[in-house]
Ligand binder design. Structure first.
Ligand code: PNS
Length: 162
């Protein structure tokens, strides 16, 4: 059984992430989305909120699991018996950071490979941070995130403004 882990902050999940999940769910027996507690990034959504938004946005895919994790990705892969790390690529800028990360992971868990998936051209400019900034400033992000994420963003904005 080929198990892949798709790790990320997903703060929040975008249509670009969902597209990658739709494509990779056809390549592997199981894809585990690992919502990471990233100590270097201040998150807008809690881990549980991010997890729920991904779960609801991937209801149409039957081999996707969504979990939260903190710690070393290599340890998590061992725990899940996964041998593939999925990462999306939008540009050469992503590639520089991603290639370094894949090499570190290769040292930490040599039996695993990172599989890079090129972003669909529709979503090449979409990032969670861009979406958050645009939404917080009143922009329409409906083409970039699933409807329930758009709703979640509006609720967060209301809470921030109170
Ligand atoms: O969506 P992001 O924030 O670009 O995802 C980055 C992530 C979570 C994949 C990366 O920070 C990660 O793997 N964190 C887990 C800690 C770890 O294993 N670090 C060593 C590999 S560089």
């Amino acid at each position: 059984m080929k198990i892949a882990v798709y790790p990320g902050s997903f703060d929040p999940v975008t249509r670009g992430h969902i597209d990658i999940l739709e494509r990779t769910s056809q390549m592997f027996d199981k894809v585990v989305v690992a919502v990471v507690h990233n100590v270097t990034k201040h998150a807008l959504f809690t881990l549980d909120e991010r997890k729920e938004m991904i779960k609801k946005s991937t209801k149409h895919l039957d081999n996707i699991e969504v979990e939260c994790f903190s710690g070393l990705l290599a340890d998590y892969l061992r725990q899940k018996e996964a041998t593939i790390i999925i990462r999306g690529l939008r540009s050469m800028v992503d590639f520089e950071y991603e290639s370094q990360m894949s090499m570190i992971n290769r040292q930490l868990i040599p039996q695993a490979d990172t599989v890079f998936i090129m972003s669909d051209p529709r979503y090449i400019f979409v990032s969670s941070s861009g979406v958050k900034e645009a939404a917080l400033l009143g922009g329409d992000v409906s083409s970039m995130v699933p409807p329930l994420v758009e709703k979640g963003l509006q609720e967060k904005i209301k809470q921030i403004k109170i």
